[in-house]
Each structure stands twice: as C-alpha cells, then as structure tokens.
Write a protein that binds this ligand. Structure first.
Ligand code: ADP
Length: 432
C-alpha cells in the first residue's frame, strides 16, 4: 500500500476514494478500522471514521488507531481527509476536531510539519489568501452557516485552524502556488524554519492542486479535502485508468434515503417530488419525543408504505427540511439528540429497504450515511463510477452472495437532478 488515508466521515471517505480511483489508484474503503490485516492488492486504503462531530479526545483516539493499522499495512504516506467546507463542530470550549487530530497524527508520525487545504475546485471549493470560498461566496456567507451540526461562520482558514491548533499555523498563498512545486516546497521549508507546524495552502483550480502534488512527495502526513488527492498518485508514477471503476452487475430495487438538510439536498428532494416520485417524510417531532418504541413504529409504517411501491420505481424517504424547521427542532431537543434520533430512524429504514430487495441505494448526508452503512453491516466498499464530482457509486458485499450498490452523497454535493441521474449512471456503467 502506498497511501493510507483517514477520513472523518463516510461520504468524505468515498469522495476521497473516488478522486484517487480517477487519478489511477486501486482503492478500497473500509468502514472503521478493520480488525484484521488487509486482504487486497491495492494502492490506497481509505479508513472511514465517523469522527467529525465526536469529542476531540475520541476523534484523536480513533484516528490514531486508524494510523496504527495503516502503518502496519505498510502505508508510505498518511492522508487525513476532512470536509471541503472545513466542517468543525463548535460547542463550548470545543474548537473542532481538524486541528487536534492533525497535531496528534503529526506527533505519532514524528513530524513537525504538515499542510492543510480543503480546496476542491471540481466542486467549487477554492482557497484564496487563506479564505475558503463555496462557489462565488465566502464560506461564512454560504449555506454552511446554517449546518445543523457544524455551522461555519468564519472563512479565514488560518484563523479557524489556529483556533484549533496548539502549534503555529501559516499560509502558502496563491502567488507561491502559481510558481510551481519547487516554490511551494521552498515556502514549506521557510515556514517550517519559522516554527509553523501547519501551512494552509491556497488552490483555486485543479492546476494549483497538480502543482501542489509533487511538493507533497515524501511528506509523512498530508491533510485536506479530497482535492489534494488528484495530485498524489503521480508521485508513485500512477496515471488514470478507467478499468479501476468497474463494479459487480446491478440488481434489486431503487431507493433514496435523505437525512441531509443542506441547500443542495433540499433542491434535490424538491426535484424528485416534482418528478412525481413516491416520497415519504419522517415525522421528526414524533421520532425525538417517541423514544425507541415510537421510532420503531414510525420506521415500520414507512417500510409498509414503501414495499409495495418498489417494483414500480424509486422511492424517497427523507427528513430533509428547511433551516428554520431544523433550528426549531434543535432548540427544543438539542442538536445532537435530534440528529441522532433522525440518523437512527433513517438507518433502520435503509436496513429495511435492503431487506425488502433494494439493491441500489442512494443515501444523502454525511452523518446519515455513516449511520446507514453501520446499520447495513457494511465493512468494505469497492469504489466505482462517478455520478457527480465527489460522489461515486460503490459496491458493498453483504452476506453470502448478496451485495448492495450504494452511493453516499455529502449534503452539498450533486446537481439538482442527482437522485434520478444516479440510477441512470449506474444503469449505464460497465460491470465486471
Ligand atoms: P450533510 O451531509 O448535509 O451535512 P448530515 O447527514 O451529515 O448531512 O447531517 C445532517 C444532520 O441533521 C444529521 O444529524 C441528521 O440526522 C439531522 N437532521 C436531518 N433532518 C433533520 C430535521 N428535520 N431536523 C433536525 N435535524 C435533522
């Protein structure tokens, strides 16, 4: 194994694996830290954690466990992957997990320097003068300011990261990146000599990330969104290879489960409602207040509604709602409790749908995907064809000869017609 990756959520892990596959690496994604050694001939493994919104000491512990496993498998370089909107969970004194995990990984790897950039130009995430833009607006002016768990209200990443790190944070700005790999390496060296531990790197297009790639050769730890991945496989002489994306043949019914309340997902849900798909909203109020039995009863009712419809075409089950509705629920029950109850319910629905014969499942939402994948008992995903930037189809073997094609869509990803497009892309994809 060349590259060992640690991702702080499930959709993010898939997004990273997708970029690595497209750049020529054979990639397996594991759900959590595998209990045994790797039994696959691959260039990279992405260990998917669900550590974005857990207390920092737990995120550190899980990340270090992933690091130990990856190093035991022979990983030559470690990649810590977080969200392209730098999602950080703020509560009380907790300043987000990206900084603490980065510094813990640096310490374990015996290195005093690394870099950080969530830039992912294919998905309109760019970093300029240390400021993160989502499309044409600064992060703090984007829909991310309303995120249910990780609202982002500061766009200057040097400031955000400095607030999360013990060591000093610096910047490699766009003028340096534009000069190429040697200039970037020289700036890394200079910052390191000044005592900087983490350098935020500007990148506004893929050319910037491809210039950054060679400057990362041999760096024990790199950190970023998935964009940094496009420049790394070439460091091992690897080039794009479409064969890497072939998945087993498709079977089973189609369904979408959406727990994301992000702007893009809200538009995607509205789109399939307008197309006339059968759609069922979860009753969030009843879920949070009804305890375990209320949750079970609602899931049973949703499944009873869905099952007879599956043979006719895709169905959508969702809790997706507008920011004011989400905020009101959170104010009443707390964001973590509400989020957890909704995640558990949607995961149970996903499990029931697969048991009912769904073989093509779209899940929208990072945390939601984590819960669904855990409920389905998925431990490993093979990465296949891309639907939209950052979102590939995957295949997970389940029991015996049963498997499921899954796509895990991060909230803000995908075009407005994503759900319908996903099934078309899978139908057209080459199978093994
Ligand atoms: P995204 O990828 O858009 O960030 P996530 O699934 O990661 O989506 O996060 C959305 C969070 O919001 C989850 O914890 C989910 O359970 C919660 N959630 C979903 N629907 C609602 C709702 N209607 N009210 C409150 N919280 C919700």
């Amino acid at each position: 194994m060349r590259l060992g990756c640690i991702a702080d959520d499930f959709t993010g892990a898939t997004d990273l694996a997708n970029n690595l596959v497209r750049a020529g690496m054979r990639v397996v994604q594991t759900i959590g830290v595998p209990p045994a050694s790797l039994d696959a001939d691959v260039d990279a493994v992405v260990v998917a954690l669900k550590s974005r919104t857990i207390p920092p000491h737990e995120a550190i512990e899980q990340s270090l466990a992933a690091l130990r496993w990856l190093r035991a498998q022979g990983a030559e370089q470690i990649y810590f992957k977080y969200c392209s909107t730098f999602d950080s969970w703020y509560e009380g004194d907790v300043r987000g997990n990206i900084g603490p995990v980065t510094e813990a990984l640096m310490q374990a790897l015996g290195t005093d320097f690394t870099m950080a950039t969530p830039a992912f130009p294919d998905n309109q995430r760019s970093v300029f003068k240390g400021h993160l833009f989502v499309g044409d607006v600064l992060l703090a002016d984007s829909g991310m300011r309303h995120h249910p768990l990780t609202p982002m209200t500061e766009s200057n990443l040097v400031k955000v990261m400095q607030g999360q790190c013990k060591g000093q944070v610096g910047l490699v700005d766009h003028r340096v990146v534009a000069l190429g790999p040697e200039a970037i390496s020289a700036r890394f060296q200079a910052l390191r000599q000044q005592g900087v531990g983490v350098a935020i790197v500007d990148a506004v297009d893929n050319a910037d990330l491809l210039r950054l790639g060679p400057a990362l050769k041999g760096m024990p730890l790199v950190t970023g969104g998935s964009g940094v991945a496009i420049g790394l496989p070439a460091n091992w002489g690897l080039t794009p290879n479409p064969q890497a994306a072939a998945l087993p043949a498709v079977a089973g019914w189609q369904a979408v489960v959406s727990g994301s309340c992000s702007q893009a997902t809200r538009a995607q849900v509205a789109h399939v409602k307008a197309l006339g798909w059968p759609c069922m909203a979860m009753d969030v109020q009843a879920l949070v207040s009804g305890g375990e039995s209320g949750l079970a009863a609602q899931c049973d009712a949703v499944l009873a509604w869905a099952k007879p419809l599956l043979a006719k075409g895709p169905v959508l089950v969702y809790s997706t709602d507008e920011p004011d509705v989400v905020k009101a629920a959170q104010a009443q029950w707390g964001s973590l409790q509400t989020g957890h109850a909704v995640e558990q319910a949607l995961a149970r629905v996903a499990q029931g749908l697969v048991q009912a014969g769904v073989g093509q499942l779209v899940v929208a939402g990072g945390e939601t995907s984590g819960a669904c994948v855990q409920a389905l008992g998925v431990t490993q995903l093979q990465i296949g064809v891309q639907i939209d930037p950052g979102v590939p189809w995957c295949h997970a073997p389940l029991v015996a000869d049963q498997g499921v094609h899954l796509t895990l869509k991060s909230g803000n990803f995908g075009t407005v017609d994503f759900f319908a497009k996903a099934f078309e892309v899978l139908k057209a994809a080459k199978s093994r």
